[in-house]
Design a protein around this ligand. Structure first.
Ligand code: UN1
Length: 507
């Protein structure tokens, strides 16, 4: 079958940003298959350890220059990158959809997130503020400054193959850092495309080689970054298992890590909810990106008096879902990333049945014409119990668990009783319920919404979560601080030498 995009015919090589793909990459390649149609769409060279070391050395040298470029000037370069992403939005969005399998609309939405974070970062480049304090000593000035950190390693996941990189990279760049990106081995081509898209901007502005680098590979390459003391910050997005390995390795050298890991996100539906708002939010949250967002709605905690009504409405809504090629905009749901993910879905379904879970909307694999990749599954809904081990886990698939509650306290307790703490939501028109959910006695997640689903966060807020989600915050608000080092400065402009805490030290 003919590819739908002009894709490379030769294996492509990673390296640094300006198109000089000169690395002696190993002969090993990653084969990227589209889950949409099962086609091999690219072979990408895997970086060898020698390539990696050369990338880090180039990045370190680039940092010495880049950190001296005034931050607003770095912002101007990021602004130009945003323009490039606007220009190539359709092409990149289509490639994201084809390589990763999310619907074209969501692929375009992902590129929109890149554009938005570019805009955000441009503004931020003029707002890298430090505080000033009043010194306790006369004729002293005390203040803080934020300095660039160094080389930032970015490990990203297949499900948001380009946006998550940009949340990290765009902020890191305005902060004066340089970046080495290790994309998921499941989506290497979208990463190469991003490097190409920004390549002209880097070249036209004489940005030093090594400000934006790419290394490709699997676990090895991630471990190199995690163990390498030359990497000042490792920002990792992915499974909790991967995050723990990264956190341990980085902590072992007292480095910094920023972790954005698994979620097990719930929506509480109160008897005071407007169900016309709730149902579409639940369905998009549960089946969008085929249940492979870290913000996917996995648990629905419904007040018992409206439980049957919600169940029936969801059944009706799921009956209308159209599953098929992500590139065809008439479909709502695309495939899972690969057949391994399909196995994960099947294992979870079996476990639910063994525990006595009842499917309200039946699961299943889809085959036949148009589904040759073997990656398409039916979104399903199971009546389950919160404490079941399978419900406690993040299964990256469109499986929604229906849970029941009596009092709001009970609902909040269930919502919090999982190891993860990324996103959460309540649907209610009752002000007391909403405020209680947002209070210290409410949701324990990094994101808590009222009358909005769990997924689809805007880039302007800090993104991330608590507990096994890893505690990191990316994207908006003051997440930029993670990419800089703080320095406290005290200057004595007087003629005496007073000590702090009133200590006298006579000579
Ligand atoms: C992720 O799934 O890793 O909030 C990121 C959302 C998107 C980002 C998800 N803006 O669903």
């Amino acid at each position: 079958m003919q590819s739908i995009l002009p894709l490379p015919t030769q294996p492509v090589k990673p390296g640094t940003s300006t198109g000089q793909q000169f690395w002696q990459s190993s002969e090993k390649t990653i084969d990227s298959y589209s889950p949409a149609d099962g086609q091999l769409i690219a072979r990408v060279h895997v970086s060898s350890r020698a390539d990696y070391d050369r990338v880090v050395e180039t990045a370190q040298a680039a940092f010495q220059q880049w950190r001296q470029v005034p931050a607003p000037r770095r912002g101007e370069i990021v602004r130009q990158m945003g323009e490039q992403f606007r220009r190539y939005k359709r092409e990149l969005g289509t490639l994201v959809s084809y390589e990763m399998g999310k619907s074209l609309q969501e692929g375009l939405g992902e590129v929109q997130e890149i554009i938005d974070i570019c805009d955000f970062a441009v503004g931020q480049s003029r707002q890298l503020y430090g505080l000033s304090m009043h010194s306790e000593r006369p004729a002293h000035r005390m203040f803080e400054q934020w300095h660039s950190l160094g080389v930032v390693g970015i490990i990203s996941a297949f499900n948001f193959p380009v946006a998550v990189w940009s949340w990290n990279a765009m902020l890191a760049w305005v902060c004066g850092d340089v970046c080495i990106w290790k994309p998921s081995e499941k989506t290497p081509l979208t990463a190469l495309a991003c490097q190409q898209i920004i390549g002209d901007v880097l070249r036209n502005n004489d940005v030093p080689e090594g400000v934006s680098c790419l290394v490709t590979g699997g676990r090895d390459a991630g471990e190199w970054l995690a163990r390498d003391p030359r990497i000042a910050l490792v920002s990792a997005t992915g499974s909790t298992r991967m995050g723990k390995a990264v956190a341990e390795a980085v902590a072992g050298r007292l480095g910094r890590s920023l972790l954005e890991l698994g979620g097990n996100n719930a929506i509480i539906v109160s008897e005071h909810a407007d169900l016309d708002l709730a149902i579409p939010a639940i369905v998009f949250g549960a089946v969008g990106t085929a249940g492979q967002r870290c913000t996917t709605t996995r648990r629905l905690i419904v007040q018992e008096s409206i439980y049957d009504d919600v169940k029936n409405r969801l059944k009706n809504a799921y009956a209308q879902l159209r599953i098929g090629s992500p590139l065809d905009e008439s479909f709502h749901v695309g495939p899972l990333i690969d057949q391994q993910a399909v196995k994960g879905y099947q294992t979870a379904v079996n476990e639910i049945r063994e525990l006595g879970g009842r499917f309200v909307v039946e699961p299943g694999l889809i085959d036949g014409s148009g589904f040759e990749s073997g990656c398409y599954v039916k979104p399903c809904i199971a009546e389950a119990e919160n404490q079941w081990p399978i419900v406690q886990k993040e299964t990256f698939a469109p499986i929604l668990y229906l849970l029941k509650y009596t009092s709001l306290d009970d609902a909040i307790a269930q919502q919090n009783a999982v190891p993860q703490g990324l996103s959460s939501a309540i649907f209610t028109l009752n002000m007391r319920e909403a405020e209680r959910f947002l209070s210290i006695a409410g949701s324990d997640c990094g994101i808590a919404n009222v009358n909005i689903g769990t997924s689809g966060a805007e880039i302007g807020g800090a993104f991330g979560g608590e507990k096994e989600t890893g505690g990191g915050r990316e994207s908006g608000s003051d997440a930029w601080k993670a990419y800089m080092r703080r320095q406290t400065n005290t200057v004595n402009y007087g003629t005496t030498m007073p000590l702090a805490q009133g200590i006298t030290f006579e000579l």
